[in-house]
Write a protein that binds this ligand. Structure first.
Ligand SMILES: Cc1cc2nc3c(=O)[nH]c(=O)nc-3n(C[C@H](O)[C@H](O)[C@H](O)COP(=O)(O)OP(=O)(O)OC[C@H]3O[C@@H](n4cnc5c(N)ncnc54)[C@H](O)[C@@H]3O)c2cc1C
Length: 427
Protein backbone atom coordinates (compact mmCIF):
# COMPACT_ATOMS: atom_id res chain seq x y z
CA UNK A 1 0.00 0.00 0.00
CA UNK A 2 1.19 3.56 -0.76
CA UNK A 3 2.43 5.73 2.13
CA UNK A 4 2.64 9.08 0.48
CA UNK A 5 -0.20 10.49 -1.64
CA UNK A 6 -0.28 13.64 -3.77
CA UNK A 7 -3.77 14.92 -4.59
CA UNK A 8 -3.85 17.27 -7.58
CA UNK A 9 -6.85 19.57 -7.04
CA UNK A 10 -8.18 20.92 -3.77
CA UNK A 11 -11.85 21.21 -4.74
CA UNK A 12 -14.54 19.32 -2.86
CA UNK A 13 -13.57 15.98 -4.46
CA UNK A 14 -9.83 16.40 -3.85
CA UNK A 15 -10.40 17.52 -0.26
CA UNK A 16 -12.81 14.66 0.53
CA UNK A 17 -10.19 12.27 -0.87
CA UNK A 18 -7.35 13.88 1.09
CA UNK A 19 -9.41 13.65 4.29
CA UNK A 20 -10.18 9.94 3.72
CA UNK A 21 -6.60 8.99 2.85
CA UNK A 22 -5.29 10.93 5.86
CA UNK A 23 -7.76 8.99 8.04
CA UNK A 24 -6.25 5.82 6.53
CA UNK A 25 -2.85 6.94 7.80
CA UNK A 26 -1.24 8.14 4.56
CA UNK A 27 0.96 11.23 4.39
CA UNK A 28 -1.06 13.47 2.06
CA UNK A 29 -0.18 16.59 0.08
CA UNK A 30 -2.89 18.61 -1.72
CA UNK A 31 -1.64 20.69 -4.64
CA UNK A 32 -3.97 23.35 -6.05
CA UNK A 33 -3.61 25.86 -8.86
CA UNK A 34 -5.42 28.49 -6.79
CA UNK A 35 -6.48 27.99 -3.18
CA UNK A 36 -9.55 26.96 -1.24
CA UNK A 37 -12.82 28.66 -2.03
CA UNK A 38 -12.77 29.11 -5.81
CA UNK A 39 -14.58 27.51 -8.74
CA UNK A 40 -17.35 24.96 -8.95
CA UNK A 41 -16.75 23.53 -5.48
CA UNK A 42 -18.01 26.74 -3.90
CA UNK A 43 -20.09 28.13 -6.79
CA UNK A 44 -22.84 25.53 -6.76
CA UNK A 45 -26.26 24.89 -5.22
CA UNK A 46 -24.92 22.81 -2.33
CA UNK A 47 -27.44 20.02 -2.75
CA UNK A 48 -26.85 16.49 -1.48
CA UNK A 49 -29.33 14.82 -3.74
CA UNK A 50 -29.10 11.11 -4.48
CA UNK A 51 -32.71 11.53 -5.70
CA UNK A 52 -31.30 13.43 -8.72
CA UNK A 53 -29.04 10.54 -9.82
CA UNK A 54 -30.35 10.57 -13.41
CA UNK A 55 -27.40 11.04 -15.82
CA UNK A 56 -27.46 14.19 -17.98
CA UNK A 57 -27.50 12.33 -21.33
CA UNK A 58 -31.11 11.14 -21.39
CA UNK A 59 -33.56 10.06 -24.06
CA UNK A 60 -35.18 13.19 -25.52
CA UNK A 61 -32.30 15.49 -24.59
CA UNK A 62 -31.41 16.10 -28.25
CA UNK A 63 -34.90 17.45 -29.06
CA UNK A 64 -34.85 19.75 -26.04
CA UNK A 65 -31.32 20.96 -26.82
CA UNK A 66 -32.32 21.83 -30.39
CA UNK A 67 -35.41 23.73 -29.24
CA UNK A 68 -33.40 25.61 -26.62
CA UNK A 69 -30.50 26.40 -28.98
CA UNK A 70 -32.47 29.36 -30.31
CA UNK A 71 -32.83 30.92 -26.83
CA UNK A 72 -29.81 32.48 -25.14
CA UNK A 73 -31.52 32.36 -21.73
CA UNK A 74 -32.56 28.69 -21.90
CA UNK A 75 -31.63 26.09 -19.23
CA UNK A 76 -29.40 24.22 -21.72
CA UNK A 77 -27.24 25.91 -24.31
CA UNK A 78 -24.59 24.55 -26.66
CA UNK A 79 -22.29 27.39 -27.64
CA UNK A 80 -21.06 26.72 -31.17
CA UNK A 81 -17.35 25.88 -30.95
CA UNK A 82 -15.08 24.38 -33.61
CA UNK A 83 -12.71 22.80 -31.03
CA UNK A 84 -12.40 19.10 -32.03
CA UNK A 85 -12.60 17.86 -28.42
CA UNK A 86 -15.85 19.82 -27.93
CA UNK A 87 -17.37 18.43 -31.13
CA UNK A 88 -16.30 14.86 -30.26
CA UNK A 89 -17.63 15.28 -26.73
CA UNK A 90 -21.05 16.52 -27.88
CA UNK A 91 -21.30 13.68 -30.42
CA UNK A 92 -20.36 11.20 -27.66
CA UNK A 93 -22.97 12.64 -25.32
CA UNK A 94 -25.67 12.42 -27.97
CA UNK A 95 -24.80 8.75 -28.52
CA UNK A 96 -25.52 8.13 -24.84
CA UNK A 97 -29.00 9.70 -25.04
CA UNK A 98 -30.73 6.33 -25.32
CA UNK A 99 -32.87 4.34 -22.85
CA UNK A 100 -30.29 1.54 -22.26
CA UNK A 101 -27.37 3.81 -21.38
CA UNK A 102 -29.61 6.05 -19.31
CA UNK A 103 -30.94 3.09 -17.32
CA UNK A 104 -27.44 1.63 -16.85
CA UNK A 105 -26.06 5.01 -15.70
CA UNK A 106 -28.97 5.64 -13.33
CA UNK A 107 -28.62 2.20 -11.70
CA UNK A 108 -24.85 2.72 -11.29
CA UNK A 109 -25.37 6.11 -9.63
CA UNK A 110 -28.10 4.77 -7.35
CA UNK A 111 -25.65 2.16 -6.02
CA UNK A 112 -22.91 4.76 -5.67
CA UNK A 113 -25.25 7.00 -3.66
CA UNK A 114 -26.32 4.32 -1.20
CA UNK A 115 -24.12 5.65 1.66
CA UNK A 116 -24.01 9.33 0.63
CA UNK A 117 -26.17 10.78 3.38
CA UNK A 118 -24.63 8.63 6.14
CA UNK A 119 -21.15 9.68 5.02
CA UNK A 120 -22.09 13.36 5.39
CA UNK A 121 -23.48 12.56 8.84
CA UNK A 122 -20.14 10.93 9.69
CA UNK A 123 -18.32 14.08 8.56
CA UNK A 124 -20.31 16.04 11.12
CA UNK A 125 -19.65 13.46 13.85
CA UNK A 126 -15.92 13.49 13.10
CA UNK A 127 -15.72 17.25 13.58
CA UNK A 128 -15.88 18.61 10.02
CA UNK A 129 -17.67 21.92 10.62
CA UNK A 130 -20.04 23.07 7.86
CA UNK A 131 -23.52 24.53 7.38
CA UNK A 132 -25.68 21.43 6.99
CA UNK A 133 -29.48 21.39 6.47
CA UNK A 134 -31.73 18.35 6.83
CA UNK A 135 -35.02 20.00 5.78
CA UNK A 136 -35.45 18.01 2.54
CA UNK A 137 -36.09 19.03 -1.03
CA UNK A 138 -39.16 19.93 -3.10
CA UNK A 139 -39.27 19.60 -6.89
CA UNK A 140 -42.04 21.84 -8.22
CA UNK A 141 -43.65 21.95 -11.68
CA UNK A 142 -46.16 23.94 -13.67
CA UNK A 143 -47.56 20.73 -15.17
CA UNK A 144 -48.05 17.17 -13.96
CA UNK A 145 -46.61 15.95 -17.24
CA UNK A 146 -43.26 17.62 -16.52
CA UNK A 147 -43.24 16.04 -13.05
CA UNK A 148 -43.72 12.49 -14.34
CA UNK A 149 -40.24 12.21 -15.92
CA UNK A 150 -38.60 13.15 -12.61
CA UNK A 151 -40.89 10.81 -10.70
CA UNK A 152 -39.89 7.89 -12.94
CA UNK A 153 -36.17 8.70 -12.60
CA UNK A 154 -36.55 8.92 -8.81
CA UNK A 155 -38.32 5.55 -8.46
CA UNK A 156 -35.14 3.35 -8.34
CA UNK A 157 -33.87 5.50 -5.44
CA UNK A 158 -36.50 3.93 -3.17
CA UNK A 159 -34.30 0.86 -2.85
CA UNK A 160 -31.69 2.98 -1.03
CA UNK A 161 -34.28 4.76 1.11
CA UNK A 162 -34.74 8.01 -0.88
CA UNK A 163 -38.38 8.74 -1.64
CA UNK A 164 -40.16 11.26 -3.87
CA UNK A 165 -43.76 11.75 -2.71
CA UNK A 166 -46.14 13.38 -5.24
CA UNK A 167 -47.99 16.46 -3.94
CA UNK A 168 -50.59 18.84 -5.40
CA UNK A 169 -49.94 22.54 -5.91
CA UNK A 170 -51.92 23.40 -2.76
CA UNK A 171 -50.05 20.85 -0.66
CA UNK A 172 -46.78 22.35 -1.89
CA UNK A 173 -47.96 25.88 -1.02
CA UNK A 174 -48.85 24.63 2.48
CA UNK A 175 -45.20 23.62 2.86
CA UNK A 176 -43.75 26.67 1.09
CA UNK A 177 -46.21 29.61 0.98
CA UNK A 178 -43.84 31.57 -1.30
CA UNK A 179 -44.63 29.26 -4.26
CA UNK A 180 -46.88 30.87 -6.89
CA UNK A 181 -50.31 29.79 -8.13
CA UNK A 182 -48.89 28.36 -11.38
CA UNK A 183 -47.21 25.55 -9.48
CA UNK A 184 -49.51 22.59 -10.08
CA UNK A 185 -47.59 19.54 -8.91
CA UNK A 186 -44.41 18.45 -7.24
CA UNK A 187 -42.38 15.87 -5.39
CA UNK A 188 -41.36 16.02 -1.76
CA UNK A 189 -38.00 14.35 -1.14
CA UNK A 190 -37.53 14.33 2.65
CA UNK A 191 -34.20 12.47 2.75
CA UNK A 192 -32.27 15.02 0.64
CA UNK A 193 -29.95 17.50 2.33
CA UNK A 194 -28.17 20.71 1.49
CA UNK A 195 -25.02 22.49 2.61
CA UNK A 196 -23.35 25.83 2.20
CA UNK A 197 -20.67 24.54 -0.19
CA UNK A 198 -18.08 27.17 0.82
CA UNK A 199 -18.35 26.06 4.45
CA UNK A 200 -18.01 22.41 3.42
CA UNK A 201 -14.80 23.11 1.49
CA UNK A 202 -13.41 25.19 4.36
CA UNK A 203 -14.48 22.62 6.96
CA UNK A 204 -12.78 19.81 5.05
CA UNK A 205 -9.61 21.83 4.62
CA UNK A 206 -9.45 22.60 8.35
CA UNK A 207 -10.07 18.95 9.30
CA UNK A 208 -7.42 17.84 6.77
CA UNK A 209 -4.89 20.23 8.33
CA UNK A 210 -5.73 18.81 11.77
CA UNK A 211 -4.91 15.36 10.37
CA UNK A 212 -1.55 16.60 9.07
CA UNK A 213 -2.35 17.11 5.38
CA UNK A 214 0.08 19.51 3.68
CA UNK A 215 -1.34 22.13 1.29
CA UNK A 216 0.48 23.71 -1.63
CA UNK A 217 -1.69 26.54 -2.94
CA UNK A 218 -1.14 28.79 -5.99
CA UNK A 219 0.79 25.86 -7.47
CA UNK A 220 -0.67 24.70 -10.80
CA UNK A 221 0.62 21.33 -11.92
CA UNK A 222 2.28 21.89 -15.30
CA UNK A 223 4.19 18.66 -15.78
CA UNK A 224 4.07 15.04 -14.71
CA UNK A 225 7.36 13.12 -14.38
CA UNK A 226 7.43 9.37 -14.94
CA UNK A 227 9.75 6.39 -14.68
CA UNK A 228 8.44 3.45 -16.70
CA UNK A 229 4.79 2.91 -15.78
CA UNK A 230 5.03 4.98 -12.61
CA UNK A 231 4.63 8.70 -11.97
CA UNK A 232 7.44 9.87 -9.69
CA UNK A 233 6.55 13.54 -9.22
CA UNK A 234 4.52 16.49 -10.46
CA UNK A 235 5.86 19.94 -11.18
CA UNK A 236 3.67 22.37 -9.26
CA UNK A 237 4.37 26.10 -9.28
CA UNK A 238 8.06 25.41 -9.88
CA UNK A 239 8.31 22.85 -7.06
CA UNK A 240 8.83 19.16 -7.75
CA UNK A 241 6.41 17.23 -5.54
CA UNK A 242 7.17 13.53 -5.19
CA UNK A 243 4.99 10.73 -3.91
CA UNK A 244 4.17 7.08 -4.43
CA UNK A 245 0.51 7.64 -5.30
CA UNK A 246 -1.07 10.46 -7.35
CA UNK A 247 -4.77 11.30 -7.50
CA UNK A 248 -6.00 13.53 -10.34
CA UNK A 249 -8.93 15.49 -8.88
CA UNK A 250 -8.73 18.79 -10.74
CA UNK A 251 -12.33 19.03 -11.99
CA UNK A 252 -12.47 20.09 -15.65
CA UNK A 253 -8.68 20.47 -15.63
CA UNK A 254 -8.31 16.75 -15.10
CA UNK A 255 -8.57 16.45 -18.90
CA UNK A 256 -5.24 18.18 -19.72
CA UNK A 257 -3.57 16.52 -16.72
CA UNK A 258 -4.67 13.06 -17.84
CA UNK A 259 -3.27 13.89 -21.29
CA UNK A 260 0.07 14.75 -19.64
CA UNK A 261 -0.08 11.38 -17.88
CA UNK A 262 -0.57 9.62 -21.22
CA UNK A 263 -4.31 8.81 -21.18
CA UNK A 264 -6.53 11.75 -22.17
CA UNK A 265 -9.95 11.62 -20.52
CA UNK A 266 -13.02 13.12 -22.22
CA UNK A 267 -13.97 15.65 -19.52
CA UNK A 268 -15.41 18.96 -20.75
CA UNK A 269 -16.86 21.96 -18.92
CA UNK A 270 -20.61 22.41 -18.43
CA UNK A 271 -20.85 25.98 -17.27
CA UNK A 272 -23.42 26.92 -14.66
CA UNK A 273 -24.53 30.30 -13.31
CA UNK A 274 -25.87 31.51 -10.04
CA UNK A 275 -26.40 34.39 -7.67
CA UNK A 276 -27.17 34.95 -4.00
CA UNK A 277 -30.20 37.00 -3.00
CA UNK A 278 -29.92 38.68 0.38
CA UNK A 279 -33.04 40.86 0.07
CA UNK A 280 -35.15 38.51 2.20
CA UNK A 281 -38.20 39.04 -0.09
CA UNK A 282 -38.64 35.27 -0.46
CA UNK A 283 -38.16 32.84 2.40
CA UNK A 284 -37.96 29.06 1.98
CA UNK A 285 -37.36 26.14 4.35
CA UNK A 286 -36.67 23.41 1.79
CA UNK A 287 -34.28 23.46 -1.10
CA UNK A 288 -36.57 23.88 -4.13
CA UNK A 289 -36.05 22.70 -7.71
CA UNK A 290 -37.95 24.85 -10.23
CA UNK A 291 -38.66 21.90 -12.52
CA UNK A 292 -39.29 23.20 -16.05
CA UNK A 293 -36.69 25.96 -15.61
CA UNK A 294 -34.11 23.57 -14.09
CA UNK A 295 -33.15 26.12 -11.45
CA UNK A 296 -32.02 25.15 -7.94
CA UNK A 297 -32.99 27.42 -5.05
CA UNK A 298 -31.16 26.87 -1.77
CA UNK A 299 -32.00 28.57 1.53
CA UNK A 300 -28.70 29.30 3.29
CA UNK A 301 -27.89 31.33 6.33
CA UNK A 302 -28.80 34.95 5.49
CA UNK A 303 -29.38 34.39 1.77
CA UNK A 304 -31.24 32.47 -0.90
CA UNK A 305 -28.99 30.93 -3.53
CA UNK A 306 -30.19 30.47 -7.13
CA UNK A 307 -28.21 28.22 -9.49
CA UNK A 308 -28.83 26.74 -12.90
CA UNK A 309 -28.21 26.52 -16.62
CA UNK A 310 -25.89 24.16 -18.45
CA UNK A 311 -23.75 25.75 -21.13
CA UNK A 312 -21.43 23.59 -23.24
CA UNK A 313 -18.60 25.02 -25.31
CA UNK A 314 -17.56 27.70 -22.85
CA UNK A 315 -14.59 27.22 -20.54
CA UNK A 316 -14.03 30.51 -18.73
CA UNK A 317 -15.70 32.39 -15.91
CA UNK A 318 -17.24 35.20 -18.01
CA UNK A 319 -20.88 36.01 -17.34
CA UNK A 320 -23.40 36.05 -20.16
CA UNK A 321 -26.12 38.40 -18.84
CA UNK A 322 -28.81 36.60 -20.90
CA UNK A 323 -28.24 33.40 -18.99
CA UNK A 324 -28.34 35.14 -15.62
CA UNK A 325 -31.52 36.96 -16.63
CA UNK A 326 -33.04 33.58 -17.54
CA UNK A 327 -32.59 32.45 -13.92
CA UNK A 328 -34.09 35.69 -12.57
CA UNK A 329 -37.10 35.29 -14.87
CA UNK A 330 -37.64 31.69 -13.73
CA UNK A 331 -37.35 32.74 -10.10
CA UNK A 332 -40.13 35.25 -10.64
CA UNK A 333 -42.34 32.71 -12.46
CA UNK A 334 -42.31 30.23 -9.56
CA UNK A 335 -41.80 32.64 -6.65
CA UNK A 336 -43.89 35.71 -7.55
CA UNK A 337 -42.62 37.80 -4.65
CA UNK A 338 -39.12 37.60 -6.10
CA UNK A 339 -38.49 40.94 -7.87
CA UNK A 340 -38.36 40.38 -11.65
CA UNK A 341 -36.33 43.55 -11.99
CA UNK A 342 -33.55 42.22 -9.75
CA UNK A 343 -30.07 42.72 -11.28
CA UNK A 344 -28.08 40.22 -9.27
CA UNK A 345 -24.34 39.99 -9.02
CA UNK A 346 -23.73 36.62 -10.67
CA UNK A 347 -21.09 33.93 -10.49
CA UNK A 348 -20.22 30.92 -12.63
CA UNK A 349 -18.83 27.43 -12.07
CA UNK A 350 -17.52 24.79 -14.48
CA UNK A 351 -19.00 21.35 -13.94
CA UNK A 352 -16.67 18.54 -15.03
CA UNK A 353 -18.90 16.76 -17.55
CA UNK A 354 -18.41 13.34 -19.15
CA UNK A 355 -20.08 12.09 -22.34
CA UNK A 356 -21.87 9.24 -20.52
CA UNK A 357 -22.83 11.42 -17.54
CA UNK A 358 -20.90 9.24 -15.05
CA UNK A 359 -17.94 10.25 -12.91
CA UNK A 360 -14.47 8.91 -13.59
CA UNK A 361 -13.10 7.14 -10.50
CA UNK A 362 -10.28 4.62 -10.36
CA UNK A 363 -6.89 3.72 -11.85
CA UNK A 364 -5.67 5.62 -14.90
CA UNK A 365 -4.83 3.02 -17.58
CA UNK A 366 -1.14 2.79 -18.44
CA UNK A 367 0.10 4.05 -15.07
CA UNK A 368 0.67 1.95 -11.95
CA UNK A 369 0.21 4.65 -9.34
CA UNK A 370 -2.27 7.21 -10.71
CA UNK A 371 -5.93 7.30 -9.67
CA UNK A 372 -8.62 9.60 -11.08
CA UNK A 373 -11.40 11.23 -9.04
CA UNK A 374 -13.21 13.58 -11.40
CA UNK A 375 -15.99 14.06 -13.95
CA UNK A 376 -18.78 14.30 -11.37
CA UNK A 377 -20.98 16.41 -13.65
CA UNK A 378 -23.89 17.89 -11.63
CA UNK A 379 -23.21 15.78 -8.51
CA UNK A 380 -19.68 16.56 -7.32
CA UNK A 381 -20.74 17.75 -3.87
CA UNK A 382 -23.14 14.83 -3.39
CA UNK A 383 -20.64 12.22 -4.54
CA UNK A 384 -17.41 13.57 -3.02
CA UNK A 385 -17.46 11.43 0.18
CA UNK A 386 -18.33 8.21 -1.67
CA UNK A 387 -15.69 8.92 -4.31
CA UNK A 388 -13.17 9.15 -1.49
CA UNK A 389 -14.38 5.78 -0.20
CA UNK A 390 -13.74 4.18 -3.60
CA UNK A 391 -10.27 5.75 -3.82
CA UNK A 392 -9.48 4.58 -0.28
CA UNK A 393 -10.57 1.00 -1.11
CA UNK A 394 -8.50 1.09 -4.29
CA UNK A 395 -5.42 2.24 -2.35
CA UNK A 396 -5.89 -0.48 0.29
CA UNK A 397 -6.52 -3.09 -2.43
CA UNK A 398 -7.22 -6.73 -1.62
CA UNK A 399 -10.39 -7.58 0.27
CA UNK A 400 -11.46 -3.95 0.56
CA UNK A 401 -11.27 -3.28 -3.18
CA UNK A 402 -13.02 -6.53 -4.14
CA UNK A 403 -15.84 -5.72 -1.71
CA UNK A 404 -16.50 -2.40 -3.42
CA UNK A 405 -15.63 -3.50 -6.99
CA UNK A 406 -19.18 -3.99 -8.34
CA UNK A 407 -20.11 -0.45 -7.23
CA UNK A 408 -16.89 1.01 -8.65
CA UNK A 409 -16.78 -0.77 -12.02
CA UNK A 410 -19.10 1.51 -14.07
CA UNK A 411 -16.93 4.53 -13.17
CA UNK A 412 -13.51 3.11 -14.08
CA UNK A 413 -11.42 5.30 -16.44
CA UNK A 414 -10.76 2.01 -18.24
CA UNK A 415 -14.17 2.37 -19.91
CA UNK A 416 -12.59 4.94 -22.23
CA UNK A 417 -9.72 2.60 -23.14
CA UNK A 418 -10.77 0.44 -26.05
CA UNK A 419 -10.89 2.05 -29.45
CA UNK A 420 -14.61 1.44 -29.68
CA UNK A 421 -15.14 2.59 -26.09
CA UNK A 422 -13.15 5.74 -26.69
CA UNK A 423 -15.17 6.70 -29.74
CA UNK A 424 -18.51 5.75 -28.13
CA UNK A 425 -17.57 7.86 -25.14
CA UNK A 426 -16.64 10.82 -27.27
CA UNK A 427 -12.93 10.58 -26.54
C1 LIG B 1 -24.16 26.14 -10.95
C2 LIG B 1 -23.75 24.81 -10.38
C3 LIG B 1 -24.55 24.17 -9.45
C4 LIG B 1 -24.17 22.93 -8.92
N1 LIG B 1 -24.94 22.38 -7.94
C5 LIG B 1 -24.55 21.19 -7.38
C6 LIG B 1 -25.31 20.64 -6.31
O1 LIG B 1 -26.27 21.23 -5.84
N2 LIG B 1 -24.93 19.43 -5.81
C7 LIG B 1 -23.85 18.74 -6.30
O2 LIG B 1 -23.59 17.63 -5.85
N3 LIG B 1 -23.08 19.28 -7.30
C8 LIG B 1 -23.41 20.48 -7.84
N4 LIG B 1 -22.67 21.02 -8.85
C9 LIG B 1 -21.53 20.27 -9.38
C10 LIG B 1 -20.32 20.40 -8.51
O3 LIG B 1 -20.12 21.75 -8.19
C11 LIG B 1 -19.09 19.84 -9.23
O4 LIG B 1 -19.35 18.53 -9.69
C12 LIG B 1 -17.91 19.82 -8.27
O5 LIG B 1 -17.60 21.13 -7.84
C13 LIG B 1 -16.67 19.19 -8.88
O6 LIG B 1 -15.69 19.23 -7.88
P1 LIG B 1 -14.17 18.96 -8.19
O7 LIG B 1 -13.45 19.01 -6.90
O8 LIG B 1 -14.07 17.71 -9.03
O9 LIG B 1 -13.72 20.13 -9.19
P2 LIG B 1 -13.53 21.68 -8.92
O10 LIG B 1 -14.53 22.19 -7.98
O11 LIG B 1 -13.47 22.32 -10.27
O12 LIG B 1 -12.10 21.77 -8.23
C14 LIG B 1 -10.94 21.47 -8.97
C15 LIG B 1 -9.73 22.09 -8.28
O13 LIG B 1 -8.57 21.74 -9.04
C16 LIG B 1 -7.73 22.85 -9.11
N5 LIG B 1 -6.88 22.73 -10.32
C17 LIG B 1 -7.25 22.88 -11.61
N6 LIG B 1 -6.20 22.69 -12.42
C18 LIG B 1 -5.15 22.40 -11.63
C19 LIG B 1 -3.78 22.13 -11.90
N7 LIG B 1 -3.28 22.08 -13.12
N8 LIG B 1 -2.95 21.91 -10.85
C20 LIG B 1 -3.42 21.95 -9.57
N9 LIG B 1 -4.72 22.20 -9.27
C21 LIG B 1 -5.57 22.42 -10.29
C22 LIG B 1 -8.67 24.05 -9.15
O14 LIG B 1 -8.01 25.23 -8.70
C23 LIG B 1 -9.78 23.60 -8.22
O15 LIG B 1 -9.56 24.02 -6.88
C24 LIG B 1 -22.99 22.29 -9.37
C25 LIG B 1 -22.17 22.95 -10.28
C26 LIG B 1 -22.52 24.20 -10.77
C27 LIG B 1 -21.60 24.90 -11.72
Amino acid sequence: MADNAVIVGGGVVGLATAYRLAQDGLAVTVVDAAGGGVGASVNNAGWIVPIMSAPVPAPGMLGKALRWMARKDSPLYVRPSPRPEHVRFMAGMLRHCNPQDFHHGLEALVSLNERTVSLFDEYEKDGVRFEYHRTGQLMVFHTREAMRGYQAAAAPLERIGHTAVPLSGDELRDLEPALGGHVQAGLQCPQERHVDPATLVKGLEIRCRELGVRFLYDSPVTDIRTRGQAVTSVLAGGEEVGGDLFVLAAGVHTAPLSRLAGFPLPIQPGKGYGFDDTSGTVRLRHSVYLGEAKVAVTPLSGRLRFAGTMEFGSSDATIDRHRLRGIVRSAHEYLPRFPATSQPHGWTGLRPMTPDGLPVIGPLPGKDNVLVASGHCMLGVTLAPMTAELISAEVKGGQQASHIAPTARPFAPQRFASRRGRSAAGN
